[in-house]
Design a protein around this ligand. Structure first.
Ligand SMILES: [Zn+2]
Ligand SMILES: [Zn+2]
Length: 78
């Protein structure tokens, strides 16, 4: 019984850690490679890309009105 409980605890902690790493990756600017805790970030709207950059790093002063922004790579594929 106690073995089962310990295993459940481990799985929960592992999942939380995984989520933290995922958040870290999603908050890293692809241009300046720094964590995006400062400055507003925008995410590429191309499905499957999810590239994140600071607005200032791509020359924007505000997020696009319609919320759709495409990175250089995806823009070239449109
Ligand atoms: Zn940046
Ligand atoms: Zn993209």
């Amino acid at each position: 019984m106690s073995d089962n409980l310990e295993r459940i605890d481990f799985e929960i902690n592992y999942e939380a850690l995984f989520q933290q790493v995922r958040n870290l990756v999603h908050n890293t600017c692809a241009e300046c490679r720094s964590i995006g805790y400062y400055g507003e970030m925008v995410r590429c709207a191309q499905p499957g890309c999810h590239l994140n950059v600071h607005l200032s790093c791509v020359g924007l002063s505000a997020a696009p009105e319609n919320g759709s922004w495409f990175c250089d790579k995806c823009q070239g594929c449109l």
